[in-house]
Ligand binder design. Structure first.
Ligand code: C5P
Length: 226
């Protein structure tokens, strides 16, 4: 499909990243992980002594670091102020702080601007993954998908990922489910561009689906939309 713009939104642990990367790779599209951008600016703030719970301080610092996203679905690297942030943005410290930082309107305005510029510059089409892509960032996307899954399925997937990443006790299921629920609540209830299904998004419940089935479903939707 030529220059198709696809928005994939939904809460944490629904398979957004795995699905979006695979679909983009399969169809030869670019890929943008907008959660990684919010994580990168959060990581930069944490490492530069910004109090992430002080919205005034966060707002004042929101324009400072350069945030550069790779859009290759096979290697979506991200840098903050020239430093590779791909590893550190996945730490629990960043995960715990990102919802507070991303709720600050100045941060959202900055990152949304970057997202729109990247989408506009992706000549061959792009899959953009996040929380507010279909509602706010790219309301004219050719296809909007909203992925959901039961709280249990989401926690099980995320806990599996954590175990695979560092083999640690971070794989604890109940704690993971609680942390996910807390982040989703914060993301859905914030004033600035909350997590929400766009009216014209196609909702896909992935609870009973394998990753391959979700990928196939989204590829079919894109082929129909393009
Ligand atoms: O998708 P991921 O879990 O990496 O996103 C991390 C956080 O970034 C989310 O919990 C949310 O606070 C924020 N985010 C957002 N808007 C987006 C994407 C992510 O506010 N479009």
């Amino acid at each position: 499909p030529a220059a198709v713009i696809v928005a994939i939104d939904g809460p944490s642990g629904t398979g957004k990243s795995s699905t979006s990367r695979a679909v983009a790779a399969q169809l030869g599209l670019r890929y943008l992980d907008t959660g990684a951008q919010y994580r990168a600016i959060t990581w930069w703030m944490l490492t530069n002594g910004i109090d992430v719970n002080d919205a005034t301080e966060v707002a004042a610092a929101s324009g400072k670091p350069s945030i550069v996203s790779g859009t290759d679905p096979r290697d979506p690297a991200i840098a903050a102020d020239g430093a590779d942030a791909s590893g550190p943005i996945r730490t629990q410290e960043v995960t715990a702080a990102v919802s507070a930082v991303s709720a600050v309107p100045e941060v959202r305005a900055r990152i949304t601007g970057l997202q729109r510029a990247i989408a506009a510059g992706a000549g061959g089409g792009i899959v953009v993954e996040g929380r507010d892509i279909g509602t706010t960032v790219l309301p004219d996307a050719d296809l909007k998908v909203f992925l959901t899954a039961s709280a249990e399925a989401r926690a099980a997937r995320r806990s599996g990922e954590l175990k695979a990443a560092d083999g640690s006790a971070a794989g604890d299921l109940a704690a993971t489910q609680q942390a996910l629920a807390q982040r989703d609540k914060a993301d859905s209830s914030r004033k600035a561009s909350p997590l929400k299904k766009a009216d014209d998004a196609v909702e896909v419940d992935t609870t009973e689906l394998s990753l391959d089935q979700v990928i196939e479903c989204v590829v079919t939707l894109i082929e129909k939309a393009a």
